[in-house]
Design a protein around this ligand. Structure first.
Ligand SMILES: Nc1ncnc2c1ncn2[C@@H]1O[C@H](COP(=O)(O)OP(=O)(O)OP(=O)(O)O)[C@@H](O)[C@H]1O
Ligand SMILES: [Mg+2]
Length: 257
């Protein structure tokens, strides 16, 4: 069960590959280390659960105590619940029906020990199917939605859908993180903008939602995912750390209660 005092934030994009898992991993890590908050990550990606690999803990298991599942401890203040910990042969595709998604989601919310957490960050699925909808039914109070997007025209409609979804459930939108916005040449330092990003601001203004941070394409961020060491741990001195801290501070400000 999730305590009433725990603040719950959904990381949403309604599109695959925009960087939700990468962001949730690094932001949670910062919350746990820099902001001294106890954070639980709920990985709702049952089909391709990447978070255990991103943290390099894919061979661990979720234990059981007092009939409750225990999220895997990554740091003294950082825990992860993921379906990835239940997969014995990771190369096999995960194939399940909606009813199984619903049961797993209920176990991850109702039968998991979430006592005493300051924040739970949810890596929300890219579709509004049974897993995500069960989560909406079972968590009493969701404090905010953070939308992670890349600003390609084709993802604009997904960003808009995410905002409408949050509005339908009366959940405040913390803001939009525009990920992989540009890339800097390591030799001449010129910056290449990756997207046209003509209409994003226009759409966001319709809903009174703001871009809270822009994150460049960063090779170290990409590599850290493959190494299984969170970027924020391996590249402590990177300029990106400030961008990630800004996101944390926006979350703290906007989900105050
Ligand atoms: N700012 C960035 N710079 C470089 N690579 C990035 C950045 N953000 C994410 N990536 C890379 O982009 C890919 C997609 O990111 P990630 O897996 O976090 O997205 P996702 O939204 O969780 O995708 P899915 O919906 O498939 O789970 C990964 O390979 C990740 O390493
Ligand atoms: Mg993911």
């Amino acid at each position: 069960m999730i305590d009433e005092k725990t603040k719950v934030v959904l990381f949403l994009s309604n599109k695959g590959g925009t960087g939700k898992s990468t962001m949730i991993a690094n932001i949670s890590y910062l919350f746990a280390t820099h902001y001294n908050a106890k954070v639980g990550i709920l990985d709702m990606d049952f089909y391709n659960p990447d978070l255990p690999s991103i943290f390099g803990v894919e061979n661990r298991k979720m234990g059981i105590q007092n009939k409750k599942l225990l999220p895997v401890k990554i740091l003294p203040n950082l825990y992860l619940a993921s379906y990835g910990f239940f997969l014995t042969d990771k190369k096999l595709p995960v194939i399940m029906r909606g009813v199984q998604e619903k049961l797993i989601t209920e176990q991850f919310i109702l039968d998991t020990d979430w006592s005493d957490f300051d924040y739970i960050f949810v890596d929300f699925p890219s579709s509004f199917s049974d897993g995500g909808l069960t989560l909406m039914d079972r968590i009493e109070f969701i404090d905010g939605v953070l939308i992670i997007t890349s600003s390609q025209d084709i993802t604009l409609i997904d960003t808009e859908r995410s905002i409408i979804f949050a509005n339908q459930y009366n959940i405040p939108v913390i803001g939009v993180v525009e990920n992989m916005i540009n890339i800097t040449c390591p030799n001449c330092k010129s910056v290449l903008e990756l997207y046209r990003r003509e209409s994003l601001d226009e759409i966001l203004s319709l809903y009174n939602v703001e871009v809270i941070e822009k994150i460049p394409f960063d090779r170290d961020l990409l590599i850290s995912v493959d190494l299984g060491i969170p970027f924020i741990e391996k590249f402590k001195d990177s300029n990106l750390v400030e961008n990630l801290k800004n996101i944390c501070e926006k979350i703290i400000q906007k989900v105050k209660r």
